[in-house]
Design a protein around this ligand. Structure first.
Ligand code: GTP
Ligand code: MG
Length: 594
């Protein structure tokens, strides 16, 4: 995504996210300036002690005649050192507090953003990549607030304060020492240019590694089934090695620059000795000043040495922040329209498709073309058709998971794109083709859509779904915890829990996508009977492969290559002697006569 599309730059973005803590951050920054400025006091007092008590003509008698003055200076040095330690401690705590709060806030915001995204987003982003954004990338942001900002201020404050102090002591000496500064700036800017793309690459490799691990862990059953552990381990090793090498290469960029910086830093004492001794000899500098210069030389050299590290960390933050802000400022395409219709009453459940065509954003050809049908309230409409013909795509248009490319989908005569999304979706009970259960109790899974549902009603919907029997036989019944994605349950059991979950919300529209495909014929028949006797009005749209499931439907739609090729009741379709009649022949072995 183009960076320019972000409404705020990275600094503004952090600023936005520390609302309520901005004062504290500013105080912390001032604290950093203060404790660094305080570093100068020790050499200042040393200079005073050297000049008054250790060198000069009066040095021999100075201590005896002014003991009080001597100890005042020493005590001041100790006092200031202790005070400085306290300020550093409080300062670090403040940065930590601000960064952790910002991290918490951004993470919650990011999670909410991800939650509200539409299907297209989930098709585009890999889980491992999103996880990287929520973990590693966010930590880089926290580290930036807690450490990088502090270090930049520390280096800058130290460098500026020492420069001012140097100039106030001896302009010539100060000029000679600071003459090296421009060289450092050139080195640093060149380094920044080189290391920036490396951090972007590194971030990508990190995400690839997380994705590989995540996909392997969640898909481990397939790995086991094909005995591909060694292959996967080798594949992961390659990705891991790639990540390690990129990491090493990124670190090595600084190694190329380091000798130059180190040479500059090491030249500082040489310049001091050389220029200093000349000035001392010429009496243009006191010994105390020389000691102060010498004692503060680290305050110029250290920021130089730290620059590489700071820039590295800043670029890491920059690459991570780009990735986070991409999600942070993303907006789902499918949202409530401004004047979204809120419909206080229960929907009657009429579903209508008016000449609907649909194409996935990333596909060239449409999957659905000219689909028109009506499911009257309370009716059962069955959708059949060979695999890949567009059945799942069709039903996904009802809860507005996708928008039709043309035509309209209506519920109770209202265009679904005009309805409040939450209202629309809570009125629909859906059992998806790929059943996903949470690692929670069976009860928790069934009650997912309506947490206020009573235990009695959970059992009731489980009965309708022919699930009560097997659930009751489980060691802890409805309190049995099912593993991630429903591990521990059979395919048919999962499907029945998924059906119970869809029914638990007492939907106006029930959509079942191949929900009984893994259930035996006998049980399926039972479920069909139960579904026709629900104690609440409900329109049912059922995708199925078996004639036994669809036979009693008020309407059967046959989908072929994204078009409705046949529609009517079981009897009508048999008369047509088309695809459906052929299906009946195949499944029942009976010769049907048109
Ligand atoms: P079965 O569930 O196997 O019976 O098929 P189906 O009739 O439910 O087909 P579905 O609606 O899932 O898919 C119809 C066509 O759309 C297929 O050719 C898929 O390859 C394609 N398709 C499904 N999902 C996506 C998607 O997210 N993106 C793109 N580009 N194509 C998709
Ligand atoms: Mg499907």
């Amino acid at each position: 995504m183009d960076k320019k599309r972000f409404p705020r730059n990275k600094i503004q973005w952090i600023w936005d996210n520390i609302e309520g803590l901005r004062g504290l951050l500013i105080v912390a920054m001032l604290g950093t300036v203060l404790y660094n400025a305080m570093q100068l006091t020790v050499p200042y007092f040393s200079q005073k002690i050297v000049d008054r008590f250790l060198t000069g003509d009066a040095a021999a008698t100075a201590y005896e005649s002014d003991k009080h003055g001597f100890y005042s200076l020493v005590n001041a040095m100790i006092g200031i050192t202790l005070l400085r330690a306290l300020i550093v401690y409080l300062d670090c705590m403040a940065y930590e507090h601000v960064s952790q709060r910002a991290l918490y806030r951004i993470r919650n915001h990011l999670f909410a953003k991800i939650e509200h995204q539409d299907m297209h987003f989930y098709n585009e982003y890999r889980t491992g990549d999103l996880m990287t954004r929520l973990t590693g990338d966010l930590d880089a942001v926290r580290h930036n607030i807690a450490w990088v900002i502090r270090m930049i201020i520390e280096c800058f404050a130290l460098f500026t304060a020492v420069s001012i102090y140097f100039f106030s002591m001896n302009v010539k000496m100060a000029l000679c020492i600071l003459a090296l500064a421009p060289v450092i700036f050139i080195i640093v800017f060149t380094f920044r240019r080189k290391v920036k793309p490396m951090h972007q690459l590194l971030r990508e490799k990190h995400s690839q590694m997380n994705t590989a691990a995540q996909e392997n862990i969640s898909g481990n059953r397939v790995v086991k089934a094909f005995s591909r552990e060694d292959y996967e381990i080798e594949k992961f090793d390659k990705i891991n090695r790639d990540y390690r090498d990129t990491n090493k290469k990124t670190r090595l960029v600084w190694v190329k620059f380091f000798p130059f910086v180190e040479t500059c830093a090491n030249l500082l004492p040489v310049v001091l000795l050389w220029v200093g001794s000349t000035l001392l000899m010429k009496d243009e500098m006191t010994m105390g000043e020389f000691v102060a210069f010498s004692g503060l030389m680290w305050a110029i050299a250290n920021p130089m040495r730290l620059l590489g590290n700071i820039l590295n960390e800043f670029q890491r933050f920059s690459a991570a922040a780009d990735k986070i802000m991409e999600i942070y400022y993303s907006e789902p395409a499918i949202v409530d329209p401004e004047d979204a219709i809120d419909h206080p009453e229960r929907f009657e459940g009429k579903v209508e498709f008016q000449n609907v065509s649909f194409r996935y954003e990333d596909a060239d050809l449409p999957v659905l073309s000219g689909i028109s049908f009506v499911a009257e309230p309370g009716e059962t409409v069955a959708i059949m058709g060979e695999t890949g013909c567009g059945k799942t795509s069709l039903i996904q248009l009802i809860p507005r998971f996708y928008e039709p490319s043309s035509g309209k989908v209506l519920v109770d005569g209202m265009d679904v794109s005009k309805l409040k999304l939450k209202l629309l979706r809570t009125s629909i009970g859906m059992a998806t083709q790929d059943v996903l259960l949470y690692s929670d109790t069976i009860d928790g899974n069934i009650a997912y859509g309506d947490t206020n549902i009573t235990k009695e009603n959970v059992i009731k919907v489980a009965r309708v779904s022919a699930a009560d029997e097997f659930i009751s036989k489980m060691p802890e019944g409805y309190d049995t915890i099912v593993g991630e994605r429903g591990v521990g349950l059979s395919g048919g059991q999962k499907q029945r829990i998924s059906l119970a979950r869809a029914l638990a919300v007492r939907p106006s529209i029930l959509i079942l996508d191949d929900t009984t495909s893994a259930v035996d014929m006998e049980t399926e028949k039972l479920i069909q009977e139960h579904l026709s006797e629900l104690d609440f009005p409900c329109t049912k749209i059922i995708i199925a492969q078996r004639i036994s499931t669809t036979k009693k439907a008020d309407k059967i739609l046959i989908l072929q290559d994204g078009r409705i090729s046949e529609s009517g009741t079981h009897e009508e379709l048999i008369k047509k002697n088309g695809y459906y009649a052929e299906l009946v022949r195949l499944q029942t072995g009976e010769e049907v006569i048109a």
